[in-house]
Design a protein around this ligand. Structure first.
Ligand code: GLN
Length: 391
């Protein structure tokens, strides 16, 4: 057989999604890949049933159905405090994943440097490889996950094309403050770089923290490419609906990248999801309330068991410190991946090894999520108590 591309030898499949397959094979409770086990709002599923009967069933416009883009533009205009043009400033993509890949392919030449905060959502590593970019990692330092401003500026000084910011941040749950974003924005201006944001958890945020949109900050709209998705906000991760918002010249070119990558997102799903985009503020307050309660419930449970964990400011992810376990004879010399595989088989709960998110050699953290119905969280906590007994 001829040789495959060099590119495919340089990254693995997603560990997050691999853990879901391992979990399913063992009938474990899957707290690894982050997605809810509850239904989307009924208005959305009713709209889907209607779309199944009445259509559309053929391609939408490649960069997104008109009514879907208009609804996105109305929502984003409120968030950004400026008018977003649905014709020239939005591309609808197949999930946030394609949004991020399209953004990277639109701005990066092979060899361009891109700043990525570590820990980072694992897709960014593969996005960099596939778009030819060269990541420079800047640590978000536990336990507060703040970054060192000088380290960040030193990274910018290396001549970067863009910085990627996941806010709220997967997997550490950090919510970037307005001051932090203003500082990053100033550096992006000073060193003339793009800011690519991943804001898929914009509505999963816990008091007293608040989400600041990079694109809403002074002078930032012109250099910010906002990647987002409907997956988390409307509990429709399987619908694969995402989007990019940015200045006209960027979007004009991102439209071409998107067109040849996927042609377009599913037309009937765009039609149905438009109903969600038109929900008023009450929906988002309700979502925040639901996840705030789940967070409290899950963290209280972890505390009772005695597992050390992070307290997310946003997102539905928690990092658990497994150092104590790794010091035991039974687990001596194990990787966090081995520990997660052991957990699936012996505890019946699936987690993601933290090493898949960190650039630094981190082996003592695993990621769990709490986007689960209360009864699932109860059962997961009951099983995790067996883990607690070992410490
Ligand atoms: N963002 C979710 C996670 O980190 C799911 C990502 C995905 O698999 N597309 O688990």
């Amino acid at each position: 057989m001829p040789k495959l591309s060099d590119r495919v030898g340089t990254f693995t499949d997603s560990v997050i999604r691999r853990m879901t397959r391992i979990s399913d094979a063992h009938d474990s409770i899957n707290l690894s890949q982050g997605f809810p086990d509850f239904d989307p709002p009924k208005e959305i599923t009713d709209a889907l049933a209607k779309a199944a009967k009445e259509g559309p069933h053929q391609y939408s416009i490649t960069f997104g159905a008109e009514n879907f883009r208009e609804a996105l533009a109305r929502k984003a205009s409120k968030s950004f405090g400026r008018k977003v043009d649905p014709e020239t400033e939005i591309v609808v993509t197949c999930g946030g994943t394609e949004a991020m890949m399209s953004a990277m392919m639109t701005v990066c030449n092979p060899g361009d440097k891109v700043i990525v905060f570590s820990p980072f959502y694992e897709n960014y590593g593969a996005d960099a490889i596939l778009s030819g970019a060269d990541p420079i990692y800047v640590p978000l330092v536990p336990p507060t996950f703040e970054f060192d401003r000088q380290v960040l500026e030193d990274a910018f000084k290396q001549g970067v094309k863009a910085i990627i910011i996941c806010n709220p941040s997967n997997p550490c749950g950090k919510v970037f403050t307005r001051e932090e974003l203003l500082f990053i924005g100033q550096l992006a201006e000073k060193y003339d770089a793009f800011v690519i944001t991943d804001e898929v958890y914009e509505h999963i945020i816990f008091d007293p923290y608040e989400h600041t949109y990079m694109a809403s900050l002074p002078n930032m709209y012109e250099r910010t490419i906002t990647c987002n998705s409907l997956s988390k906000t409307y509990s429709i991760t399987g619908w694969r609906l995402g989007y990019l918002i940015g200045p006209e010249e960027v979007i004009e070119n991102a439209k071409k990248v998107h067109d040849f990558l996927t042609v377009g997102a599913a037309a009937p799903l765009q039609e149905a999801a438009t109903v969600g985009l038109n929900f008023g503020p009450k929906y988002y307050e309700g979502l925040k309330q639901i996840y705030s309660e789940k967070r409290q419930y899950f963290l209280d449970g972890l505390d009772r068991i005695g597992l050390k964990h992070t307290v997310p400011q946003g997102t539905y992810f928690v990092l658990i410190d497994i150092s104590e376990f790794l010091e035991k004879e039974q687990f001596h010399g194990w990787t966090d991946l081995q520990f997660c595989e052991w957990m699936v088989e012996n505890i019946g709960v699936a987690a993601v090894p933290g090493s898949s998110f960190f650039r630094e050699p981190v082996n003592h953290l695993i990621r769990l999520h709490f986007a689960r119905e209360k009864k699932t969280l109860d059962e997961a906590l009951r099983r995790l108590a067996k883990l607690g007994e070992l410490c």
